[in-house]
Design a protein around this ligand. Structure first.
Ligand code: C2E
Ligand code: CA
Ligand code: CA
Length: 570
């Protein structure tokens, strides 16, 4: 029978090993040849067979593993994954299952079974590698980026003992930049998403070509890259980013299509001890968004003021929603008058927000947020409906003012809605507003952004009898003739020209030529921002019919307007 057991052990696929507690080998199965390249005889009567085989990197782990087993209680068992060095010098991963056993003659022994796990380890490593790199670009992925940032932050913390006055560790600092491709959506929309991926891949290649270890490039989102720079000054990184932006703007050859892109960047030059990796990326992204908001600067360095500003905007965004529900918005009306007679010809509806904590807010403080988040769409519809409702009331109360009109401002996002004409029609219908008394004001810049589409939408709106006015004229550098394709009734001369009319002959000339051209195109002209009598008289001389400004009236709430209209009647 014992021979049978020996036979089983001898034919085992795994390496079976029996040692006494001093490490002397009592039995070694033949399969050790396959695993280690050594004949079983090599180990016979040897002490510490495993220790002699262990790879230096596994030495410490093996020693404590064996010590524990040799000193542990009876029947104790443990496993260890370790690397050994085979006879041909190759390192190999094995797993060692070992336990303390009592021999038939009552001796305490150690029985170990060793098995090759090289394949599994290789797969593990491949998987780990794939978990750290992005399949499309081959750059490091977000998980790797976060881990590296965490390590860099730890290093920063370790050196914070000898930090400089400004809180940055000398020589151990690092800089984080995020970069993304501007208008990638346009490529996706016009050429298809496969081309978008191709651009991302080619852009990644260009980024990688500029980076050298220990600096690293990672893809952290769709078209978002993070670049980590070590031991480089902020100045050097900015130079690097500028060079990279120049490189990015060189045309790509996309399967025969030549495509040009640009890239924007946000940079965090001074990570502060205590910042988390997420904080760093968030701050870099805040700076990036800033860079994108300003077309002339395509990179921005993060400053803590930006964080406060963006936190404020985020708060505003949240409050906008509850504001509409809680009826915190209201409209004020500013009269537009006939410059000859000072009679009111129409009203402009202007939005105000009675914020529960911040108090009265002007549109400039919250409209940019509403625009950026599309909240302007429901908010703008509310404005239109409210202005029409109020106007219908005024029409009923003041039949003596059959010509009085109402102007409502329409934003770019509203005009971008495919159903804007239907929305206008619906509001007119539901409120009973006379379409010919309604005028929509669109700024020149909005109109010129997408002239074809704008013209189309405006035609559909004007077909209902509604009038169209071009607001802030003169600020967008478009010529009046370029507006010829738009169905418009009125031009509003921007207040920046009006306010300088009395002091600058240059501005006066601009106003004059706008008025002359408008008349030749049969358009009405309204001058906005009239504050001084001089401006008023000059405008009259220039034959401008209508004007608006503090000289005549500030914007007023509905009740004040009502009183004003009643006074006029008496
Ligand atoms: P805007 O359309 O050019 O409106 C005229 C702005 O000039 C108003 O500022 C008005 O109060 C101000 N103003 C009027 N007379 C004078 C004057 O004599 N001197 C000076 N310095 N300013 C004068 P407000 O109400 O702060 O509105 C700012 C901008 O916000 C508006 O400029 C308009 O673009 C936008 N806005 C206001 N309400 C709405 C709205 O309901 N929807 C949309 N989309 N935009 C709106
Ligand atoms: Ca306006
Ligand atoms: Ca204006």
């Amino acid at each position: 029978m014992p021979d049978m057991f020996q036979f089983i052990a001898d034919t085992s696929r795994h390496w079976e090993l029996l040692e006494d507690l001093s490490g002397q080998v009592l039995y070694c199965s033949p399969s050790c040849l396959q695993l280690t390249g050594y004949e079983p005889e090599y180990f016979a009567s040897r002490t510490g067979a495993l220790e002699t085989l262990a790879h230096p990197a596994s030495h410490a782990a093996l020693t404590s593993f064996l010590t524990e087993l040799r000193q542990g209680p009876v029947h104790m068992q443990k496993s260890l994954e370790l690397r050994i060095i085979a006879q041909d010098g190759a390192a190999r991963w094995v797993v060692c299952h070992a336990r303390r056993v009592v021999s038939p003659d009552g001796r305490m022994l150690l029985r170990a079974t060793l098995r090759d796990i090289g394949r599994r380890k290789a797969l593990d490593m491949e998987l780990a590698q794939s978990r750290l790199t992005d399949p499309i670009t081959g750059l490091y992925n977000r998980a790797w980026c976060m881990e590296r940032l965490r390590r860099l932050m730890d290093r920063l913390g370790d050196h914070s003992g000898n930090t400089a006055e400004n809180g940055t560790a000398q020589g151990e600092g690092f800089v984080v930049a995020v970069m993304d491709i501007d208008r990638l959506k346009k490529v996706n929309d016009t050429l298809g998403p496969a081309y978008g991926d191709e651009i991302i891949r080619m852009a990644a290649e260009r980024i990688a070509s500029t980076m050298a270890t220990p600096d690293a490039a990672c893809r952290i989102a769709g078209d978002g890259f993070a670049l980590l720079f070590q031991d480089k000054s902020a100045r050097a990184v900015i130079k690097h980013i500028k060079r990279l932006q120049a490189l990015m703007s060189q045309p790509f050859d996309l399967r025969g299509h030549e495509v040009s892109i640009t890239a924007s960047a946000g940079i965090v030059t001074r990570p502060m001890p205590g910042d988390k990796p997420e904080d760093l990326l968030r701050n870099a992204n805040i700076a990036l968004r800033r860079a994108k908001a300003n077309r002339h600067h395509r990179y921005k360095v993060f400053h803590s003021r930006m964080y406060e500003e963006s936190a404020r905007l985020m708060e505003v965004e949240i409050d906008l929603h509850s504001g509409l529900k809680n009826e915190e918005f209201f409209l004020v009306y500013q009269p537009i008058v006939c410059l000859e007679t000072k009679d009111m010809t129409s009203l402009e509806a202007l939005l105000r927000w009675n914020h529960p904590r911040r108090g009265l807010m002007r549109p400039d403080d919250f409209l940019p947020v509403a625009e950026a988040t599309d909240f302007i769409v429901p908010l703008g519809e509310w404005v239109l409906r409210k202005a029409c409702t109020d106007m219908v009331r005024i029409m009923a109360e003041h039949p003596e003012l059959p010509e009085l009109g109402m102007s409502v401002n329409i934003s770019a996002r509203q005009l971008a809605q495919h159903d804007i004409a239907e929305v206008v029609a619906r509001v007119l219908h539901e409120t009973g507003m006379d379409p010919t008394r309604l005028k929509l004001e669109i700024t020149e810049t909005v109109a010129m952004e997408n002239p074809m589409l704008t013209a189309q939408r405006l035609h559909a709106i004007r077909a209902q009898g509604v009038k169209i006015s071009i607001d802030d004229f003169g600020t967008g550098y478009s010529s009046l003739s370029s507006l010829q394709n738009f169905p418009i009734d009125t031009i509003k001369v921007d207040k920046s020209f009006v306010s300088q009319m009395d002091s600058s002959s240059e501005q006066r000339k601009i106003v004059r030529s706008v008025i002359t051209l408008a008349h030749s195109l049969n358009l009405d002209v309204v001058a906005e921002g009239i504050e001084l009598r001089e401006q008023w008289s000059m405008l009259k001389v220039l034959d401008c019919q209508n004007g608006q400004g503090y000289l005549f009236s500030h914007p007023v709430d509905y009740n004040t307007l009502s009183d004003l209209l009643n006074e006029k009647r008496q």
